[in-house]
Structures are given as structure tokens and as C-alpha cells.
Design a protein around this ligand. Structure first.
Ligand code: SF4
Length: 266
């Protein structure tokens, strides 16, 4: 982190703590005070771009601040401090979130569900129509297959935690956009932080892309990855397995690796 990043972070944290918005004027005032003879009235374009991140810092006690793509840290970075660190606060903020355009077409925010102390967490792409209607993750046809996969691992749905990269349905079941995922993934990262699972199973290439920033589910499935020192197993999404049944054997291979990691006998 360079000097200006540190300043921006400090302003951002202080503004969030005091419940005010930190905009470009605040940043400029700060610069004027500490380096008055080095900074022109208008900050350079690069710095203006950085200050635009401050416009989107959520204000404490509100959900008004957008968490946009530029603000959201890369995978592995700390969750923004403005996201509550407890389940009740996190759920409350998420259920009222309107930080990306998906808020406009959703019926329900699909927060995620399961054991908050789960050893195993499944992460998919985003809610579909059934999930949007019910507010629960993986309840449609793909969800029923996921239930069978979980049962095959000698576990119940209540034993694991299930969530998605985005918590509102992308219209037409399209992939979430980069901006939408960036706006939302802080909530998921906080869930992971609270659960501290031993293993995360990423269901499909979209989850792989947005959590680990790597692409190619066919290449990476069955190969252990890591997220914040948590073992991550990418595998096929159940919706894909419904379309391509012959891939179930590979997915089962991946789940057996997970069982072995968790000490679950076949
Ligand atoms: S998808 Fe996520 S960021 Fe977008 S409105 Fe829903 S909860 Fe908020």
C-alpha cells in the first residue's frame, strides 16, 4: 500500500467511524493540510479515481453507501470494516441492501443458510427464480441435486452452510456482472470470516472466478486451492451436472477429496 492509499484508507475509516461521508472535498482538504505546496487544487486523475472510492464508503448506521467495484478489495483482503461483524448486523444490512442494480429486480435477498459453525461451506453463483421467490439458496432443481450430493457425503443440509457470490437474482439467470459481484462479495467474505469453515466447495466457474480470481472450472476442479488459509475445492455447479450427467463422476471424485479432508469415511 503506498502513501496515498494509506491516506485514503485512514480518511475512509475515520469518516465511517464518525458516520460521515468522505468525498473528494474532504480528501483535498486533508491533502492541503499535510502537503500544501505539493498538491494542486485539483488532484491528479489517479487520485481523483481513488477518491471516488470514498464516495461509496457506507456511512455507519446506514446502508446508503454503495460498495462498488473499485471499493471492494481483492479476494483475500480484509472485509470492509463497515460491514457488521456479527450475524444479526450482517443479515440486517444485507437484507436491506440496494448497493447494486440487482436490487431493482429481485423479489428477495437470498442471504444464505445453514450451520453458522459449519466445517463445510458451499458457494454458488447467485439465486435463480426459485431461490429469488423463496429467499433461500439452492432450492430449485439444482438445489435438489446439491442436497443429494451433500447426503452422499453423509451430511445433511443443516450441517453445512450454503451461500452465493451475489445475494440477489441476476435477471434471466445470467452471470453476475463484475460490478455486481464486487458490490456484493464483501457480505460473503464476512460470512466466511464468521463461519471459518475448514473447507469451501466452489460450485462452478463463476464462484471460482469471483472468490479466487482464477478462471477455468474444468482445469481447476478437483485441485485444492486456498482462500485465507481455508482449503477450497472447486467443482462443477449442480445446474451444469443436470445438463451434463456424465460430469457427475468427476464431481463425486472432487467431493470424495473433500470428505477425506474432513475425515468423513466413504
Ligand atoms: S446483489 Fe448484493 S450488492 Fe447487489 S443489491 Fe443484492 S445484496 Fe446488495
Amino acid at each position: 500500500m503506498d502513501f496515498y492509499d494509506e491516506m485514503l484508507d485512514a480518511i475512509s475509516r475515520d469518516a465511517a467511524r464518525r458516520g460521515v461521508r468522505a468525498d473528494e472535498a474532504v480528501f483535498q482538504k486533508f491533502l492541503d493540510r499535510i502537503v500544501p505546496d505539493k498538491v494542486s487544487a485539483a488532484p491528479p486523475a489517479e487520485l481523483r479515481a481513488q477518491t471516488s472510492r470514498l464516495d461509496s464508503v457506507p456511512v455507519a448506521g446506514t446502508t446508503a453507501g454503495a460498495i462498488d467495484a473499485a471499493e471492494t478489495p481483492p479476494a483475500g483482503a480484509a472485509t470492509p470494516p463497515s460491514i457488521p461483524g456479527d450475524w444479526a448486523g450482517l443479515r440486517s444490512m444485507t437484507l436491506s441492501c440496494r448497493n447494486c442494480p440487482l436490487a431493482g429486480s429481485r423479489q428477495n435477498v437470498v442471504f444464505g443458510e445453514g450451520n453458522e459453525r459449519a466445517r463445510l461451506m458451499f458457494i454458488g453463483e447467485g439465486p435463480g427464480a426459485d431461490e429469488d421467490a423463496s429467499g433461500r439458496p439452492f432450492v430449485g432443481a439444482a438445489g435438489q441435486l446439491l442436497d443429494k450430493m451433500i447426503a452422499a457425503m453423509h451430511l445433511a443440509r443443516e450441517d453445512v452452510y450454503i451461500a452465493n457470490i451475489v445475494k440477489c437474482r441476476p435477471p434471466g439467470n445470467r452471470m453476475p456482472g463484475e460490478d455486481e459481484a464486487a458490490a456484493c462479495i464483501g457480505y460473503l467474505k464476512k460470512q466466511i470470516e464468521l463461519i471459518q469453515p475448514e473447507v469451501i466447495v466452489l460450485l462452478g466457474g463463476t464462484a471460482l472466478h469471483f472468490l479466487l480470481q482464477i478462471d477455468g472450472i474444468t482445469k481447476y476442479r478437483g485441485r485444492w486451492q486456498s482462500y485465507n488459509n481455508i482449503a477450497v475445492m472447486p467443482t462443477f455447479h449442480p445446474a451444469f451436472l443436470l445438463r451434463k450427467a456424465e460430469a457427475k463422476r468427476e464431481a463425486w471424485h472432487d467431493l470424495k477429496l473433500v470428505m477425506a479432508k474432513l475425515g468423513i469415511a466413504l
